[in-house]
Ligand binder design. Sequence first.
Ligand code: A2P
Length: 338
Amino acid sequence: MKTYNVAVVGATGAVGNEMVAILEQRKFPVNKLTLLASARSIGKTLTFRGEEIPVDELKEDSFKGIDIGLFSPGGAVSLKYAPIAAAAGCVVIDNTSAFRMEPDIPLVVPEVNPHAIKDYKNRGIIANPNCSTIQMVVVLKPLHDAAKIKRVVVSTYQSVSGTGKKAIFELEQQVLAIYNNKPVEKNVYPHQIAFNCLPHIDAFLENGYTKEEMKMVNETKKIMEDNTIQVTATTVRVPVFYGHSESVNVEFEREITPEMARKILSKAKGVKVVDDPSKNKYPLAINAAGKDDTFVGRIRRDDTVPHGLNMWIVADNIRKGAALNAVQIAELLVEKYL
Ligand code: A2P
């Protein structure tokens, strides 16, 4: 079997750690694994297939002989280093928002638009979508194919792990401080996140929306390859460690009942229907954490429009929302193109 030299860029971060774990769990055909992060991480190691691998400093000459680069070091670092890696012959799968909306760069969710991967040849870069968008489109695509979506209204309940390791630590520390009657320290978020909800993810834009909200609007159209789908979003950070939840209201062109939607989704790749409210069964972040599937439930009719459904969608934002989706793209890349 052919094997590949793989680099994980941002290897010490929340997503980078998971990328390394998933490469091992899914037996990705890795020849040599290179771990890259900032100079702060020199001296650290990560375990891969039972071997301790040192973390190296990301530099311009880090990509010689590397076939695939899984990037999650933050937008500014990707913006600089992804083209450098691509010029050295490495195919970059980038988890940041740096390249997602560039017209010649594919933005891929393997269950939705795997064919777009072929366009990696344009710039040597494939973009991994925003976490909240990935889990939404995995569920919406099969419903769109059945009844054509007109409009989506989504509100998210996003966990702190999406912000990175510092935010996981901040929530832990704030909870401990509050229980011990100590002052709450804020470094990552502008307000206390413990026991609170912040309607603010990423920067605010002139139109009053946040960048995170506009990612959901724009990326959904690009991945679903349909600019007619109207999307409006409110994205909220909640004091949950792992797993994003979403309330999604969908208006369709054609008739689709909750029963039809459940049937379609029960056959959809990467989706699990958990929808038995009489037994208190519906998707929960604590159950989705550590899992690969996207979970959907609370599917019910919206009687205020001719063909409307409401649903609740939950997934592990670090796995399907980031690291797993990136490794799935890498799997298709080696299977079909490299
Ligand atoms: P480091 O740990 O050395 O700072 P998270 O999203 O969990 O905060 O992780 C961000 C990841 O991106 C970490 O691996 C971090 O490495 C890495 N990173 C941040 N800035 C840089 C940089 N300038 N060069 C290389 N890696 C970086």
